[in-house]
Ligand binder design. Structure first.
Ligand SMILES: NC(=O)c1ccc[n+]([C@@H]2O[C@H](COP(=O)([O-])OP(=O)(O)OC[C@H]3O[C@@H](n4cnc5c(N)ncnc54)[C@H](O)[C@@H]3O)[C@@H](O)[C@H]2O)c1
Length: 665
């Protein structure tokens, strides 16, 4: 059977042969044993409902073994044999171009060059799932291949519930991931209900098919690290020869050394998993690999002396690096961390003083002891950072729940008021006030032809549009415009494409809509093929996350999730091709609600209407909320938008004088 026939078949007619558990792939760790005997029966019954009765006996034994061995039923046997990658959109069997684009995006998220644990259908972040099992993948692809533009596919946490009649203007797919009754949203609830096969952790762009490899985060990390250095350096100083110390070379964290090189500093990035470190080294995302601490110290001192720009991966635990640099008085200018602390007990964060393999064994054999070791490590980690910061290091939390988990472990990270952390989150200090409040966020696009020439053409179009907008921009956003123009002009040179031909560019509502409009015109002329637009959920609007995206909301509403829900509903009737809303993503299950969209541009006048309607709303809904929270930049941005868009009428806050409030207490 060729590729198209296999897709159209869905669940195969013949039971495929069992698959060997491949040893050269990065597999998800065994998940926690959490189900009772009765719940295991339920998990099995749930898994078998995807298959005809005649296979149940064989599959029951196999799935039971998967559940015992891995803590989940992935249905490895059903993983298709064809190569998994984003093909040219024309290669997909489809009645709907929009649906074909979604198939391409799904395959990109599962491409072994892109995905963290491809056989477990995990794209990034340790547990960011596209599907829970291979049956869901097969059925979804078949639905997409056969659906028309008058149907909508409903996806419940990876499960394709089915195709419903809708209309051309409706989204082709509506995705929900991990949506729980709020009282059932503790980390163990994810373990339990995911093991039962009824929910999944979609992260942000994993379960919404919008991941574009670590490039997506390189841009945000570049902006963050560049501005972190700007905060502490004198006007005439550059980051050259100055250290940025951090950890993690996984799905997203792998972007850090690349961003460090673009910023021009010395990046030291510790990674305990040699496979992850090697993968990033082979992909050219980090310059040097070192696994000996003495060698690291010698190399770093040399780099400091020679004012180098270089990125170094240290294979080992980051706590050892912080402590050794402290002991040897190696001055760290900027520090952060990007281990997966949103899942600290299942391999997101590795304890110091035991090997990587021993730690993985402990997760299975003695989870209680593993947890104790993680918490002890966090206390040591924080103590060493405190010691560095007393010498002048600027440390920021990079949205991985480091400070949250460190505080829960009893580490010394709270400020004197006992409410706030000692260190800022990158959104509070940098991204929030400088970017999100003005509407700048991680807009992105994918060239569905798969041709690098199309990506080059879109880069040029975007640069021209941004340049033109910048000429009439107010002073408040000139720096952001300039940083983003520099970014897009160097994007090709920085070789960031892994997987689909994709690009990320921080842009505001005006920039996003004008760039998209110009793309649609180029498609209509036949200069480029169709383009898929989207964004990270980590944006101005899509996400309510009190410790990250909305950590710079100070009116008490950061613990509400109305904005994320409003956004996804609003996008879906304004022209999105698909929408998604997730519980969990970045900071952890139960800690965030985040949503996003995908939009296919095909060069038609209808696409032009959709992009203008939806992109405007998608960004301005978030600015309106940020403005209502009294954020100065957002108040400026929404008033400016109202002046040029008469149909936009937003409630703006009146600012009360502090004396009036204080006089009442
Ligand atoms: N700020 C942002 O914009 C942003 C974006 C995406 C992800 N995140 C968050 O960042 C974290 C990392 O994401 P990811 O996709 O890279 O996850 P990941 O699991 O792919 O990578 C984390 C890496 O950290 C390594 N690690 C764990 N403990 C370590 C230790 N003590 N010392 C050295 N290395 C250690 C792991 O081996 C792993 O490779 C997640 O919590 C994620 O939610 C933040």
């Amino acid at each position: 059977m060729n590729f198209k026939e296999q897709i159209l078949q869905g669940i195969p007619n013949e039971l495929p042969a069992p698959k060997e558990y491949s040893l050269n792939v990065n597999h998800a760790p065994k998940r926690k044993e959490i189900l009772t005997e009765d719940e295991k029966r339920l998990a099995l019954r749930n898994a078998l409902r995807y298959f005809p009765k005649k296979w149940h006996k064989d599959l029951a034994a196999e799935f039971k073994k998967e559940l015992n061995d891995y803590g989940r039923i992935y249905m490895y046997r059903f993983k298709p044999d064809y190569k998994m990658y984003a093909r040219d959109i024309k290669e997909y069997p489809a009645k709907s171009l929009q649906a074909a684009a979604i198939m391409m995006m799904i395959q990109n998220n599962l491409d072994p060059a892109v995905a963290q644990h491809p056989e477990e259908l995990i794209t990034y972040g340790g547990n960011g799932a596209v599907f829970q099992n291979w049956a869901q993948y097969l059925i979804t692809m078949k639905y997409l291949a056969t659906m028309t533009d008058e149907q909508t596919l409903n996806m419940y946490s990876g499960h394709p519930m089915g195709l419903f009649p809708s209309s051309k203007d409706a989204p082709r797919v509506v995705v929900t991931n991990g949506m729980m009754i709020p009282n059932y949203s503790k980390p163990d609830d994810w373990e339990r209900f995911n093991a039962m096969g009824v929910t999944q952790y979609g992260q942000m762009t994993a379960g919404s098919f919008m991941y574009i490899g670590p490039q997506g985060i390189v841009h945000g990390t570049t902006i963050t690290v560049m501005n972190a250095f700007r905060k502490i350096l004198k006007k005439d100083e550059t980051p050259k020869g100055k250290i940025f110390l951090t950890a993690g070379l996984g799905g997203m964290s792998g972007a850090q050394p690349k961003a460090g090189n673009i910023v021009g500093c010395i990046t030291v990035c510790a990674e305990v998993n040699p496979k992850a470190a090697n993968k990033r080294f082979e992909q050219g995302w980090v310059d040097e690999l070192i696994n000996d601490m003495d060698k690291l110290v010698t190399r770093v001192k040399k780099a400091q002396k020679n004012d180098e720009t270089v990125s170094i991966a240290f294979i080992g635990n980051v706590v050892d690096v912080w402590e050794r640099f402290d002991k040897d008085d190696i001055y760290v200018h900027v520090g952060s961390d990007q281990t997966s602390l949103h899942i600290p007990w299942t391999g997101g964060y590795y304890p110091v003083d035991i090997s990587y393999d021993q730690a993985n064994k402990l997760i299975k054999d003695n989870p209680k002891l593993f947890k104790e070791k993680v918490q002890a490590t966090l206390r040591r980690h924080a103590a060493s950072i405190n010691s560095h910061s007393a010498k002048g290091t600027y440390f920021f939390d990079y949205g991985n729940a480091f400070l949250l988990e460190a505080s829960r472990a009893g580490a010394d990270v709270m400020s004197n008021n006992g409410i706030d952390f000692k260190y800022p989150s990158y959104v509070q200090d940098i991204l929030g006030p400088m970017c999100f409040d003005y509407g700048f966020g991680p807009f992105r696009w994918v060239c569905a032809s798969g041709k690098p020439e199309d990506l080059d053409a879109t880069d040029n179009i975007a640069a021209e549009v941004m340049q033109e907008i910048m000429e009439n921009s107010p002073a408040e956003i000139q720096l952001q415009m300039q940083d983003n123009i520099t970014w897009i002009k160097n994007a090709k040179k920085n070789k960031m494409v892994v997987g689909s031909q994709a690009r990320i560019l921080y842009a505001d509502a005006e920039g996003r809509a004008k760039i998209a409009e110009a793309f649609n015109k180029a498609i209509a002329k036949g200069d480029i093929g169709p383009v898929v637009l989207g964004r990270d959920h980590h944006d101005v609007s899509g996400t309510d996350s009190p410790y990250r995206e909305t950590s710079n909301i100070y009116d008490g509403s950061k613990f509400t999730a109305d904005m994320a829900i409003q956004n996804v509903i609003g996008d879906s009737f304004r022209g999105a091709t698909w929408v998604s809303i997730h519980n969990g993503g970045g900071v952890g299950w139960g800690e965030v609600i985040n949503g996003g969209f995908g939009m296919v541009l095909d060069g038609t006048p209808e696409a032009d209407v959709r992009l203008k309607r939806m992109l405007f709303y998608d960004v301005n809904n978030g600015i309106a909320r940020r403005s209502w929270a009294r954020n100065k930049g957002a108040m400026f941005a929404i008033k400016r938008e109202m002046e040029r868009s008469p149909n936009l009428i937003i409630t703006v806050p009146n600012i009360v004088d502090d004396e009036i409030i204080n006089s009442e207490f």
